[in-house]
Design a protein around this ligand. Structure first.
Ligand code: UD1
Length: 424
């Protein structure tokens, strides 16, 4: 088992480059299945979730080449419409392959996806939307079988909740359906717009991405294209909060400030100075943080659920009491008992957490419960007095490229201790 050892209490200072967005790169890579030919995707982060996606692409018959942050996917030949269990279980976002494979081959067979343990995470919205496009879907013993006896047909689809994944599945599939699809109550996350930009480069006709209603005029086929993935707004938030909790002074390169508006607003409210210039952002935190007004997670452009755990670490060391309400996922407070090991004062009732700031966190031995919860514990370790250990790094590795080396470059004292290999 790998773990981080963190000597806390160091002020972060310097410049950090923000990686490309995992949640953009994953659906874009999956969409390459439909975009027949050579696709060159730049600014892909190097992460275990990206490796899992590449494994699925190779299994389907794509030729994939990885050179640093550029992934080239040649999807000229697709040899199967089946993804075996062990590949699907590696991450939840593999459900995006359902639409992508169906759109390319007219059939798909896969098992239910794996992923972060942050709630039930059903896929009913994905399945209902694909049915509206003409797919016949049967579920049996944890497997999903999809076929389109009449081909894919455009339709009006109204999502009861603006699910990010369901919106992506509809975008990818409806591109090659006959006629026009209107998606109502679509997710508006920047990653949706990024996927639509990529698909449009491949010959799709999508308009309105980033708004609540998206129109997709079907075309007969898509071709390969080149694309640069947008910066990761949650990773940007992570480095900003790392600076905030260590009274740091950090410049982030490769950010789109508009994508992190709610995080910036809260950190400013808590006393941080934030200056923005084009794709750069500087955060300076000289004073002790102040409690923030109610943090309520919402679909974009609201406060992102993926930054909730991270912001809770900031609330834990702020002067005063903050209230955090999680509205997106039903069990996304699994980091709370671990944060309490640092001496944080947090009370949870259902989807509400009340965080009373303490004067100083103390080092602890903790386990990452999920990706962002794990990163929140790393931030707590950076702020705490003494030697912290964070275990279960496989969760953190799903989303952060070169995390410890980027933090070290900012002056943090964080080391990864690798498993000792034993014989037999
Ligand atoms: C994506 C992000 C994830 C982020 C989330 C919300 C990726 C790879 N992951 O996840 O990091 O936390 O958006 O911003 O992009 N739901 C249903 N039925 C469905 C689909 C979703 O009930 O068919 C519910 C979920 O259980 C959850 C809520 O809708 O409570 C949000 O899910 P969704 O927006 O679909 O998130 P993901 O696409 O899974």
């Amino acid at each position: 088992m790998n773990e981080y050892r963190i000597a806390g209490g160091r002020r972060l200072q310097g410049t950090v480059h923000v990686q490309g967005a995992k949640n953009s790169a994953l659906p874009i890579l999956a969409a390459c299945v439909v975009c027949r030919g050579v696709n060159v995707i730049h600014n892909c982060p190097q992460l275990s979730d990206i490796d899992a996606t590449i494994n699925i692409l190779r299994h389907l018959g794509c030729k994939v080449k990885v050179e640093a942050n550029t992934v080239t996917v040649d999807s000229t030949d697709i040899v199967t419409d089946h993804v075996p269990d062990h590949l699907m279980q590696e991450m939840r976002s593999s459900v995006i392959f359902l639409g992508a494979i169906a759109a390319r081959t007219g059939n798909a067979s896969l098992s239910l996806p794996g992923g972060c343990e942050i709630g039930l995470r059903p896929i009913d919205l994905h399945l209902d939307a694909l049915r509206k496009l003409g797919a016949q879907i049967t579920e049996e013993g944890g497997h999903i079988y999809l076929d389109c006896p009449q081909g894919l047909q455009g339709n009006v689809i109204s999502l009861s909740f603006p699910s990010v994944g369901a919106t992506e599945n509809v975008l990818i599939t409806a591109c090659v359906a006959k006629g026009t699809t209107t998606l109502v109550n679509a997710a508006r996350e920047p990653e949706i717009s990024d996927l639509a930009d990529f698909l449009n480069r491949c010959g799709a006709r999508i308009s309105g991405a980033g708004e609540g209603i998206i129109t997709i005029e079907g075309v007969s086929s898509l071709h390969g294209a080149e694309h640069i993935v947008i910066p990761d707004r949650i990773v940007a938030a992570t480095y900003m909060i790392a600076a905030a909790v260590t009274h740091g002074d950090v410049i982030l390169q490769n950010v789109i400030p508009a994508h992190i508006g709610p995080v910036t607003a809260l950190l400013q409210e808590s006393g941080c100075d934030i200056a923005v210039k084009e794709k750069k952002l500087r955060i300076t935190a000289t004073e002790k943080l102040r409690a923030m007004s109610t943090i309520r997670t919402m679909p974009y452009p609201g406060f992102p659920t993926d930054a909730q755990a991270l912001m809770m670490t900031a609330c834990s060391v702020a002067n005063g009491t903050s209230v955090v309400i999680e509205t997106i996922f039903e069990s996304r407070f699994r980091h709370v008992p671990e944060l309490c090991r640092f001496g944080a004062d947090i009370l949870v009732d259902g989807r509400i957490a009340v965080v009373k700031g303490v004067s100083q966190l103390l080092a602890a031995n903790v386990a990452a419960p999920d990706l962002r919860g794990g990163a929140a514990l790393v931030l707590a370790g950076l702020a705490a007095e003494g030697q912290t250990v964070v275990r279960e790094l496989q969760h953190i590795d799903r989303g952060y490229e070169a995390f410890e080396s980027r933090l070290c470059n900012l002056g943090a004292d964080i080391r990864r201790i690798e498993d000792e290999k034993t014989d037999g």
